[in-house]
Design a binder for this molecule. Structure first.
Ligand code: ASP
Ligand code: MG
Length: 421
């Protein structure tokens, strides 16, 4: 069984979706397709949640109706006859579901409301895709991922219940595939036992593809993107990037963990655990080699791999009574970060101080500083960037830190990290 994940860019407009047909048609075996929301739909839905929760319901509803028009227009350009009629009807129903979620949204249940609204994007896109495949004689079953992926109720960052989801995957995915049908489902979403939609974190469709692949022991997963493969840096930030042909799971998990946008950080573990290769390929040119991510078979010579995370904040915590930052204080500090679900991107401690570099998410940082200040003196330095270079050399460090004020630097054998202003 093959798993293909199509990201938002690959279906951003009807002509792009249509261009995916040859990729699917050349397969002799049916494929499980995991799809993201069309283009920038998820951002548009986030905007809708924000208005809905700010008690600007009419504005939110208006934005939702604009989004509906865009999807209907997409359907008209993509589909004909009966396929168009069916898709239009289904979209109308799901947009009614969105409207209901908008009316119910409230600030006090922000994360819950977020998932009910933002989770709809993949439902819309997958309906279009499934009907488009039918129109082109690719028989397929559309599967609602909310019946497939069972999660806990950590809205916006839900944890998957593997056992239950596996049982569902056998029924909902494996059975149709064995019958020779393609399966189209949504990435990014799942549902709680009570049936409320949950999301797995932004860009979570990669992760969805990986967990379903792991559950059903797929032959491989391919993520179809608008770049030719995995690059050694983000081409939007750095010129002269180099494409990497082959790379290990370990290297990619490090990159993703340090903030590379190419792949959702949780994607690698289920694949590595089940030894399923991951291909990154370009949907503009399906025959290009792309990148293969597998296990460490032999030493690979990598170019410097660069990850830049902007909008960071350095938080410095100092003990008021000059007690040392050792195990006791450290475990108290970690506990605070853990409870607030704040990931530390870089950490350093000294005799009576502890420094952490984290994403500057306003809501989280506020409560963090509030909690820390109860027992410690807290200083911060915002608007800083965190640069990570794997397989660094001195030239590249000099070049990338030129004219910057370096606030903190850590170097290990393979990785250099610096916080700079
Ligand atoms: N549509 C979701 C997002 O943009 C999930 C994904 O694309 O992976 O975050
Ligand atoms: Mg997306």
């Amino acid at each position: 069984m093959l798993v293909y994940k199509f990201g938002g860019a690959s279906v951003a407009d009807p002509s792009r979706m249509a261009a995916l047909l040859p990729i699917l048609k050349e397969n002799t075996q049916p494929v499980l397709i995991v799809i993201s929301a069309l283009g920038k739909t998820t951002n548009a839905l986030e905007n809708i949640v924000n208005h809905a929760c700010r008690d600007e319901k009419p504005k939110a509803q208006w934005l939702a109706s604009m989004l509906e028009q865009q999807h209907l227009d997409y359907a008209r350009r993509l589909l004909k006859g009966n396929f168009l009629t069916i898709a239009t009807k289904v979209l109308n129903n799901y947009f009614a579901e969105l409207n209901e979620a908008v009316l119910k949204a409230d600030t006090f249940n922000y994360d819950f409301s977020y998932d009910q609204i933002v989770g709809m994007g993949e439902i819309f896109s997958s309906c279009l895709f499934s009907n488009f495949l039918l129109q082109n004689d690719i028989k397929n079953e559309w599967v609602d991922a909310r019946l497939l992926i069972r999660t806990d109720d950590t809205y916006r960052d839900a944890i998957v219940d593997y056992e239950y989801s596996l049982m569902q995957a056998k029924q909902l995915i494996e059975v149709p595939l064995l019958k020779g049908l393609f399966v189209v489902t949504q990435g990014f979403i799942g549902a709680t036992e009570a049936g409320n939609t949950t999301t797995l974190g932004r860009e979570g469709s990669d992760y969805s593809a990986a967990i379903i692949a792991a559950m059903l022991n797929a032959e491989s997963v391919t993520i179809w993107k608008d770049v030719e493969g995995l690059l050694n840096a983000d081409p939007k930030l750095f010129p002269n990037t180099i494409k990497i042909d082959r790379i290990t799971y370990k290297e990619v998990i490090e990159m993703a963990f340090f903030g590379a946008q190419i792949i959702h950080p949780k994607t690698i573990k289920p694949l590595q655990n089940n030894n399923i290769p991951l291909y990154i390929k370009c949907f503009f040119d399906k025959d290009k080699q792309g990148t293969i991510i597998t296990d460490d078979v032999e030493e690979i010579a990598y170019p410097p791999i660069i990850v830049l995370k902007e909008n960071q904040i350095l938080i410095q915590v100092i003990t008021r009574d000059f007690s040392f930052i050792t195990e006791e204080n450290l475990s108290k500090l970690y506990e605070i970060f853990h409870i607030l679900k704040i990931k530390i991107n870089l950490i350093q401690n000294a005799a009576i101080s502890f420094i952490a570099c984290i994403d500057n998410r306003e809501d989280k940082v506020k409560s963090l500083i509030h909690e820390l200040s109860k027992n410690y003196k807290v200083l911060n330095n915002d608007n800083v960037s965190l640069l990570t270079i794997r397989h660094y050399n001195t030239d590249i460090i000099t070049e990338l830190t030129k004219n910057r004020n370096l606030l903190l630097q850590q170097i290990t054998r393979k990785t250099m990290q610096v916080v700079m202003k």
